[in-house]
Structures are given as C-alpha cells and as structure tokens.
Design a protein around this ligand. Structure first.
Ligand code: NAD
Ligand code: TDX
Length: 339
C-alpha cells in the first residue's frame, strides 16, 4: 500500500447535492483536522440547506461553475485535493436534454483536471457503475475494475467520457488522481426525481408510485454513508492512477424495492402504477468491490437495507419543507414524459 495521503484543505465539488453533501457531513464529523471548500453551481439539484448548520470555520460554500477556468484559478491554489462530485446526475433528464450533461460532466471535469495539473493538486473522481453498461438478469457476472466500458445513456456516456479524461491526464501528465465507480446510492438529501425519494414522497402526497417497464430491472443499492467512507478511504489510502469499484452487495429489483417502501408506509403491495419504460433502460448493475475491500480494508456498515429504508422514509416524513419546493415541478416533468 502506498503512503497515506493526509489532506487538510479540500475542495468538494457538488457539495450541495445529494452524495456530495453527505460526504461533507461525513468529513466534518469524522475528520476534524480537515477544512472543506464546497464549490457548487446550485442547479435545480443543489441546495445550500444540505450543508446548513455545519461549523463555519470548517466548511465554506463558494457558489460557482466547475466550467469556469478563471474561478478555478482563484480557488484551487492553496488546496491539497479536489474531490469531484458535481455532475448532472439524472438519466431521465439526460434523455430529454443531453447538452448540460456534456457541458458539466465532460467539459467541467476537463477544467478541473487542468486546474489540478497547473497547481499540482491531488484529484479524486467520483463516478458510477453505469459506465460499464448493463448485465443480463441471469448473468452470474458482476462488474470489476477490468470490465470494458459500454455506457448506454447520455448520462452514463458523459460520465464514461470524464473517466477517460482522468485516465489520460494521469498517464500523460502524471496527475495524482484516483477514480471510484459506485452503485446506486440511497439516503437523506436525495432529490425527489430519483426512484426511492420519488416513491416515498408520492405516497406521502397520496399519489400512486410509478414503476417503469416490467419492474424487474436490478440496481445494487448502497447507503450513501458507506459511499462517503469508501471515497475517504480511496482519497487517503488509494494508489494514484487506480480505479476502485464501490458496492455493498445490495442487488434488488425495482419492484422489490417499491414493495418494501409500500409495506413500510402501510400501503397494499400493489398500490402503484406501471408507466412507460425509460428508453435504453439498463437491465442490471452489480458491483464486485473485492479490490477496495482487500487492498484498502474498507467495509460497508449500513448493509441492512430494510432499516436503511425505514430511516430514509422517516427522514422524508420529517423534512417535508426540504423536498416540497421541488415536488410539483418534478412530477409535472414526469407527467409530460408519460412517466
Ligand atoms: P445530484 O444531482 O444530487 O447533485 C449534483 C450537484 O452538483 C448539485 O449540488 C449541483 O448543483 C452541482 N452541480 C451541477 N452542475 C454543476 C456545475 N457545472 N458546477 C458546479 N456544481 C454543479 O447528484 P448526486 O446523485 O449527488 O451525484 C453526485 C456524483 O456522484 C455524480 O458525479 C454522480 O455521477 C455520482 N454517482 C451518483 C450515484 C447515485 O446513485 N446518485 C451513484 C454513483 C455515482
Ligand atoms: O419513477 C421511477 N420509476 C422507476 O421504475 C424512477 C424515477 C425510476 N425507476 C427505475 C429506473 C431504474 O431502474 O428505478 C431505477 C432507479 O432509477 P434512478 O433513481 O433514476 O437511478 P438510476 O437511473 O439507476 O441511476 C442512479 O444510479 C447511478 C443515479 O441517478 C445515477 O446518478 C448513478 O450514476
């Protein structure tokens, strides 16, 4: 194992989004020696409330665009690492309007890499298992670091492109970078456009949950807190130039997840609507995280899906003021798409 890297002053891009803000909370709680500068454009998916109340001497919010090279020239010097979460993250949006995905996910990553190269800053790239495409339901295989890239959607192809840029900058310019590809996250602060929060908030609102296609698509669920601990482990102990897959053995098909939500919220298990399938809908994702576990000693801690789901449902019940402002517009967008 290479020598541990001990960052003191990090930039977290997208730190006002779902996973980025959970990471900021994790760092503030677990690593008191670290100062976090959040760089976030505050798109429809970014909410400063996600990091409100954290100590001002530990966390600073800079509102800005990762594509803005002049801003990066002012901001990056003096920091010792960038952990890059900022992205356009929703597949359905990428199908309706792919351009912002290319801009933020590809051009934005390029700008960050150039800034890291210029100021010799360590870089961790947060990516997704979707870059590997999908697996058949009856395939015993899971994704590993060696699986060829085969992205399906505008979102996943833009993430795959950004991963390729990181690999090239590492090899060609010697950039000190690591990459992680994680499976589907759930937990607090997830936007109501995503599957689990959409169904929870629909049920609270008396709207029937919506299931795409035949409901048999499989996602490999991980609690976002486990994603945060994995990213911190890779940032501080990972080998430069390496990719690590992050997963917690949480494969479930969508109808099983939906029925678990319905049951936990006291509804009959068939109280939902079948809706139009997502074009190009990936069938199954599954992660083999052996490399991360063996080489860096990481283990997930929040692997009881039922109790994680119950805590997530409780969080959405208690934080209606957080999600309410986004709910009507999100559902209006889905209604237009027949979803
Ligand atoms: P999110 O949509 O909830 O948050 C994205 C954040 O990025 C928002 O705060 C938004 O304001 C910010 N942002 C967007 N464009 C920006 C720009 N140009 N400049 C600065 N900030 C900008 O996304 P998420 O679900 O939290 O995903 C975070 C990262 O994790 C993404 O890179 C995503 O690809 C990756 N990822 C997500 C999952 C998942 O299950 N959601 C799984 C694996 C990997
Ligand atoms: O209303 C719905 N009904 C439904 O059946 C929605 C919103 C989704 N679905 C299905 C589609 C997927 O099979 O549920 C599954 C999960 O959907 P999303 O929450 O949109 O996630 P997914 O497309 O799997 O991508 C997520 O995981 C990987 C994140 O959004 C990505 O950012 C991440 O890279």
């Amino acid at each position: 194992m290479s020598e541990a890297f001990e960052p003191k002053n990090i930039i977290v891009t997208g730190g006002c989004g779902f996973i980025g803000s959970n990471f900021v909370h994790h760092v503030v709680r677990e690593h008191p020696e670290v100062h976090v500068t959040v760089l976030d454009k505050l798109t429809y998916a970014g909410n400063p409330e996600n990091i409100a109340g954290l100590p001002e001497d530990r966390v600073e919010l800079v509102v800005g665009d990762i594509c803005d090279a002049e801003l990066l020239d002012r901001l990056v010097p003096g920091h010792d690492a960038i952990v890059h979460y900022a992205a356009e993250s929703h597949n359905d949006n990428s199908i309706a309007d792919p351009e912002p995905f290319v801009q933020t996910n590809v051009v934005g990553t390029f700008r960050l890499l150039e800034a890291c190269r210029k100021y010799d800053v360590r870089y961790h790239h947060v990516s997704t298992d979707e870059v590997y495409g999908d697996l058949a339901l009856d395939d015993p295989a899971r994704f590993t670091e060696e699986t060829p890239y085969r992205p399906s959607s505008p979102y996943s192809s833009s993430k795959a492109s950004s991963d390729m840029l990181v690999r090239a900058w590492t090899r060609t310019y010697g950039l000190r970078a690591t990459i992680s590809n994680c499976s589907n996250n759930y937990g607090p602060y997830q936007h109501v456009e995503k599957f689990i929060p959409r169904q929870i908030t629909n049920i609270i609102d008396g709207i029937r949950p919506k299931l795409y296609g035949d409901g048999k698509n499989v996602r490999d669920w991980i609690h976002t807190e486990d994603h945060s601990s994995a990213v911190w482990t890779i940032l501080t102990k990972g080998r430069v130039g390496e990719t690590y897959l992050i997963g917690a053995d949480g494969e479930k098909d969508n109808i099983t997840v939906l029925r678990a939500i319905l049951k936990a919220m006291g509804k009959p298990e068939d109280d939902f609507d079948w809706v139009r399938d997502r074009p190009g809908h990936d069938r199954r994702y599954a992660i083999d995280s052996t490399k991360l576990r063996r080489e860096l000693g990481w283990e997930p801690r929040h692997t009881d899906f039922e109790s994680g789901l119950e805590a997530t449902i409780a969080w959405y019940r208690e934080h209606e003021d957080w999600w309410r402002p986004a709910k009507a517009a999100t559902e209006a967008k889905y209604a237009k798409q027949g979803q």
